[in-house]
Design a protein around this ligand. Structure first.
Ligand code: GLV
Ligand code: GLV
Length: 326
């Protein structure tokens, strides 16, 4: 029998993943359906061999030091801006994420938001529930046509590619931008690589699919919003700080752009003042990967990463494999 590792899970994840973990580890799971406080996190990681953490947990040098002796932190997310990977590498701690399994799901959600905003689904649903629907009207809830328009994809990675590929049925012109062209994006979508300014000026719908890094913070700010068409819609399913949210509220209020569909926020879970009062924005609570199927796959992947790290192997989705080469 191999040793039973001591593992902490910062919040309950789907059962199949916890069952797999329990076969190999003595584990403790945060019993409450909320994010741990900083103090709790610092306390709970002590003495563990590994930790399964979430995008809502800030894993910085202090937490990594508190977890002295741990060999791995497995993040239950593809985004890992919540983790100081360099600090982990310096301490010999492996970090993993869950890429791939949530690609299609997140891209689906970007489409759900695009349609919800373009066709005013949420706003008109509210109107109907409020008993205001007194009969069909030729000028009621006019929105933006989707078919035949120009799609602007910011970030041509896995999720951006999937999002653009799904546009095929809507006969769209596809533009994308990134730090470099991605032949795979072009092969799958027929999209054209352009610079950010061209994309913002020409696209009817701009969807963000970049990771949050110092270079992508406020990638979309006042200047970029002004470049967009007045009829344009901005979709963000990436990370909140990629958009200057105060500038976005202003642009939406002043009609610089027509609407926005957001799943993430700059000061998540808070929304910028005024955002929730606007009718031309659909605001979802960071649910882009939230399907039964995907959340289970993310759990299995995070657990498989965790177990591999505990066994001394390079985990399949390791962000700092150099740790094991030292
Ligand atoms: C979700 O936002 C993720 O990064 O997995
Ligand atoms: C994330 O999965 C991406 O590379 O788009």
């Amino acid at each position: 029998m191999s040793k039973r590792w001591n593992v902490y899970v910062t919040r309950e994840i789907p059962k199949p993943a916890l069952d797999l973990l329990a076969q190999h580890c003595d584990m403790e799971v945060n019993p409450e359906d909320r994010v741990l406080t900083r103090e709790e996190l610092l306390e709970k990681v002590k003495g563990r061999d590994g930790v399964l953490c979430l995008l809502t947990d800030t894993i910085d040098a202090e937490v990594l030091d508190a977890a002295k002796g741990a060999v791995i932190f497995a993040n239950y997310a593809v985004g890992f801006n919540n983790i100081d990977v360099q600090a982990a590498t310096e301490r010999g701690i492996l970090i993993t994420n869950t890429p791939g399994v949530l690609t299609e799901t997140t891209a689906d959600m970007a489409w759900a938001l695009l349609f919800a905003v373009a066709r005013r689904v949420v706003e008109s649903d509210k109107y109907n529930r409020a008993g205001k629907f007194k009969g069909w009207g030729p000028l009621h809830f006019l929105g933006q046509e989707v078919t035949g328009k120009t799609l602007g994809v910011v970030g041509g990675g896995r999720i951006g590619t999937s999002f653009a590929r799904k546009a095929k049925g809507f006969d769209m012109t596809i533009l994308y931008t990134d730090v470099a062209p991605n032949p795979e994006f072009e092969a799958q979508t027929g999209g054209k690589f352009v610079d950010m300014e061209t994309l913002l000026k020409e696209a009817d719908f701009v969807s963000l699919h970049v990771p949050l890094m110092p270079e992508t913070k406020h990638l979309i700010g006042e200047k970029e919003l002004k470049m967009m068409k007045k009829s344009a819609i901005l979709i963000n399913t990436s990370r909140g700080p990629v958009v200057d949210e105060l500038a976005l509220v202003k642009a939406l209020k002043e009609g610089e752009i027509w609407g926005a569909g957001l799943d993430v926020y700059e000061w998540e879970p808070e929304m910028a003042p005024g955002l929730a009062e606007l009718d031309n924005v659909v605001v979802c609570p960071h649910i882009a990967s939230a399907t039964y199927e995907t959340r289970t796959k993310m759990g299995m992947m995070a657990v498989e990463n965790l177990l591999a790290g505990l066994r001394g192997e390079v985990p399949p989705n390791c962000l700092n494999p150099e740790v094991l080469k030292k």
